[in-house]
Design a protein around this ligand. Structure first.
Ligand SMILES: Nc1nc2c(ncn2[C@@H]2O[C@H](COP(=O)(O)OP(=O)(O)OP(=O)(O)O)[C@@H](O)[C@H]2O)c(=O)[nH]1
Ligand SMILES: [Mg+2]
Length: 235
């Protein structure tokens, strides 16, 4: 089926735990599925079919090039650019790509763009948000705009996934919409963003999950199905 899912999001939002547990979910349902670790800084806890750290480890780059952590992360992505071919996987129903904690490393590097260009089949992005950090409408719109940036930069449809709902349940979009109604420019910006998301992502509805206990995985699967609907029903 060749469906590529790029798991993106801010540091600590739950990308790796989702990769680990959604992989199990997909396999339990009979889909041939593998995960690829693209984070040069941390060894995966799940069984990675391909691991970027076989080619470049950030801690070694720090030593070798005498760089601090941020410079070494950037340099690691540059080096990883030579291994894109080995990290792009095909021949499975689902391939989950777990990206580095610093979103911009994937979003603004040649590595990210080249990897996506190399992938066969259909590719979508999951933008993982830590729900407990969404405290008000302004933060919510900032998250939605990052999701829009992903669609724009990577030219792939993306879903915004609210993780950690076992800790905190975000309010509905309608509630945020009404909160922002009389907020002038911010309200207008929010409406424009939602329109942008609608046209770029084909479907936009927030998906609420817990990567920890698997809550919402059926919904995430359906939302991915809707995103990929152009290639037929996944079920
Ligand atoms: N309660 C709860 N904790 C979660 C959930 N998802 C992730 N966590 C925890 O949040 C922390 C970060 O999770 P990771 O999966 O490492 O997040 P990440 O986005 O891969 O982090 P980086 O790669 O370091 O940016 C860990 O302690 C996880 O156990 C969730 O759904 N609920
Ligand atoms: Mg991670």
């Amino acid at each position: 089926m060749d469906l590529n899912v790029i798991v993106l999001g801010p540091a600590g939002s739950g990308k790796s735990l989702l990769t680990e547990n959604f992989l199990v979910y997909l396999r339990d349902r009979g889909y041939s599925s593998v995960a690829v670790n693209l984070d040069t800084a941390s060894p995966p806890r799940y069984e990675a079919f391909r691991d970027i750290r076989d080619y470049v480890k950030t801690e070694e780059v720090m030593d070798r090039f005498q760089l601090g952590i941020n410079g070494a992360l950037l340099k690691s992505m540059e080096i990883a650019g030579s291994y894109v071919d080995r990290l792009a996987v095909s021949g499975y129903d689902f391939v989950l790509y777990d990206t580095p904690g610093q979103l911009e490393l994937f979003l603004f590097s040649d590595f990210g763009i080249e990897l996506i260009e190399r992938l066969e089949g259909f590719t979508a992005g999951l933008f993982i948000v830590d729900s407990s950090r969404i405290k008000d409408a302004a933060r919510f719109s900032a998250m939605v705009s990052q999701s829009a940036t992903i669609s724009l930069m990577l030219e792939i449809p993306s879903l915004t996934v609210f993780n950690k709902v076992d800790l905190h349940v975000p309010q509905s979009i309608e509630k945020y919409r009404s909160d922002l109604e009389n907020e002038g420019v911010l309200g207008e910006f929010f409406e424009c963003l939602l329109r942008f998301i609608e046209v770029t992502s084909m479907v936009y509805r927030p998906v609420l999950i817990s990567a920890r206990n698997g809550y919402g995985f059926d919904d995430l699967f359906s939302a991915l199905n809707e995103l990929f609907c152009a290639c037929g029903d996944l079920s």
